[in-house]
Design a binder for this molecule. Structure first.
Ligand code: AMP
Length: 170
């Protein structure tokens, strides 16, 4: 199954000059959704992953399905102010300005084997911040899995030393 065929490219979204990789056209396709989850989870089938950490918001959709497939639990990483219980925050740099992500302070147990999942690896800032949150809580980060990697943006270099896997590359 050619997953790329089902990913919609939207120019100038959310702002001029950005080419947005829209996965909603893949998610709505029954075989496309199944194949995407299988290909994201497959490399980690024997990795004894205990929890998948998904990044708001498309990482929730993919991450929860991957977790179920791996027999793991699921933990959300969210934009500030969304999580109800006590959370820890990681602030990271964007191209212009800063952003932040949060995780519940008691979400990851000491030494738990963690897989981070998101839809797109672009500059890697979001994923690097999420990796920091997992480590701050004492999690053992086994790897990071993305449906799409935008090679020109060099996200992997911000995740040096990590086990980074992507299903599709552009
Ligand atoms: P980055 O921190 O630059 O790696 O950006 C990753 C986050 O932004 C992911 O959560 C993606 O969902 C989103 N993102 C960045 N660039 C794109 C893009 N061109 N198309 C779709 N989503 C993107």
């Amino acid at each position: 199954m050619d997953l790329k065929q089902h990913i919609r490219h939207v120019p100038d979204f959310p702002k001029p000059g950005i080419l947005f990789y829209d996965i909603t056209t893949l998610l709505r396709h029954p075989q496309g959704l199944k194949a995407a989850i299988e290909r994201l989870a497959m490399p980690f089938a024997d990795a004894r992953i205990e929890v998948v950490v998904g990044i708001e918001s498309r990482g929730f959709i993919l991450g929860a399905a991957v977790a179920e497939r791996l027999g793991a639990g699921f933990i959300p990483v969210r934009k500030p102010g969304k999580l109800p219980a006590r959370a820890i925050k990681e602030i990271y740099d964007l191209e212009y300005g800063k952003d932040a992500l949060e995780i519940h302070a008691d979400a990851v147990e000491q030494g738990q084997r963690v897989l981070i999942v998101d839809d797109v690896l672009a500059t890697g800032g979001t994923a690097a911040a999420t990796a920091q949150l997992v480590r701050k809580l004492g999690g053992e980060l086994h790897g990071l899995a993305f449906l799409i990697e935008l090679l020109a943006l060099g996200g992997k270099s911000r995740l040096a030393g990590e086990n980074v896997y992507s299903v599709l590359q552009y």
